[in-house]
Write a protein that binds this ligand. Structure first.
Ligand code: PEP
Length: 254
């Protein structure tokens, strides 16, 4: 059975002090929750402090992005080995905001995923269609090309251990509009089918596929009880401890 994985993507929010206050509350309140893996993704400036505060807890510190080169003349970038050095264990790559505002492409998302995995981090590879693409009936084609670019040269044994796919329909991110459990499950099942074609059933059954897009305490359980939905990538609702804790608790297998 796959352990659900719930990650809070804080985006461009929270000072170091605010980040520490939130993770301290999460650490205290989620200590007894079993059967769910949990992570938080603060801004770069708070990563090291958050990772230190989370030492001794099972909550993972995740980066919101990563650059594909390890070091060199790349002003403004942060590499996977340096994230690991700061205590980070997972990196999100290909978030739709990175694709939309910062030029990430299927190819660069693949490079970022490979760099994260090569440095020993886990990689959360985000995919998802825009509203016009869904309306045009192109959802599965878009997800296919994002997967094809994002998963180049990732070996099956590495995928089993440290690859997570996040399906995030762009029209549901930060909009309050969520995919229905059936809409999300359809795409998740399709992603698992593609993973089966690429890696075989054993690996495909092990890889977790998170749903993201306006996940809230009120819809979390219905979404995460779908057979191919293995947790959530949570934006807005992860900024409040009580909402995020309720979502983590909703992910527990019944
Ligand atoms: C996200 O940013 O990954 C996300 C899903 O945001 P929200 O939960 O706010 O829609």
């Amino acid at each position: 059975m796959r352990t659900p994985f719930v990650v809070g993507n804080w985006k461009l929010n929270k000072t170091i002090a605010e980040a520490l206050a939130l993770v301290t509350e999460l650490k205290n309140q989620l200590g007894s929750v079993r059967g769910v893996a949990v992570g938080v993704a603060p801004v770069f400036t708070a990563l090291h402090s958050v990772a230190k505060r989370l030492e001794g807890s099972s909550i993972a510190t995740c980066a919101q992005d990563v650059f594909w080169e390890s070091s060199g003349a790349f002003t403004g970038e942060v590499s996977a080995p340096l994230l690991a050095d700061a205590g980070v264990t997972w990196a999100i790559v290909g978030h739709s905001e990175r694709r939309q505002f910062f030029g990430d492409t299927n190819e660069t998302v693949g490079k970022k995923a490979r760099a994260a995995l090569a440095a020993g981090l886990g990689a959360i590879v985000c995919v998802g269609e825009m509203l016009a693409e869904r309306d045009a009936g192109r959802t599965l084609d878009i997800v296919d090309s994002q997967l094809a670019g994002g998963l180049v040269d990732i070996a099956g044994d590495v995928a089993t251990q440290r690859l997570v796919i996040a399906y995030e329909p762009v029209w549901a991110i930060g909009t309050g509009r969520t995919a229905t459990p059936a809409q999300a499950q359809e795409v998740h099942a399709h992603i698992r089918k593609r993973l089966t074609e690429q890696y075989g059933a054993q690996v495909a059954q092990a890889v977790r596929i998170q749903y993201g897009g306006s996940v809230k305490p009120s819809n979390a359980e219905a979404l995460m009880s779908q057979p191919d939905i293995d947790g959530a990538l949570v934006g807005g609702a992860s900024l409040e401890a009580s909402d995020f804790i309720a979502i983590v608790k909703a992910a527990r297998p019944s």
